[in-house]
Design a protein around this ligand. Structure first.
Ligand SMILES: [Zn+2]
Ligand SMILES: [Zn+2]
Length: 112
């Protein structure tokens, strides 16, 4: 998975739009444009991007850094969760792997 794709999935899993992600202010339009390019892979994500986004979206920075460095990390291809950054349902239960690239949370959601 590419870093842009990962960040997009984590943002969507957090229920945020790019618009909501970018703080209001004079730089908002530029921030939205940058975030769109970042997710589309048009610009290369840096550790600094990850650090900034991590303050807003609850993803695992270790996972993001590993992807950035091109390491093979096990990630759910539907929602982008990983073992350090599992989905938590309304009962407080974390997800588990049902396939190499699929977590129980997504499996349950898509079956429902
Ligand atoms: Zn998942
Ligand atoms: Zn999950």
């Amino acid at each position: 998975m590419k870093i842009g794709e990962y960040l997009k999935k984590r943002r969507e899993a957090a229920g945020l739009t790019i618009e909501q992600l970018c703080t209001n202010g004079p730089g908002k339009a530029a921030a939205i444009a940058m975030m769109s390019d970042l997710e589309a892979g048009l610009i290369e994500a840096t550790e600094n991007h990850i650090y900034q986004l991590w303050q807003i979206i609850a993803f695992c920075p270790d996972t993001a850094m590993a992807i950035l460095k091109g390491k093979d990390v096990r990630i759910c291809k539907s929602c982008g969760c990983s073992w350090k950054d599992a989905c938590v349902d309304e009962h407080g239960h974390t997800c588990h792997w049902v396939a190499m690239d699929r977590c129980s949370h997504c499996d349950f959601q898509e079956a429902a």
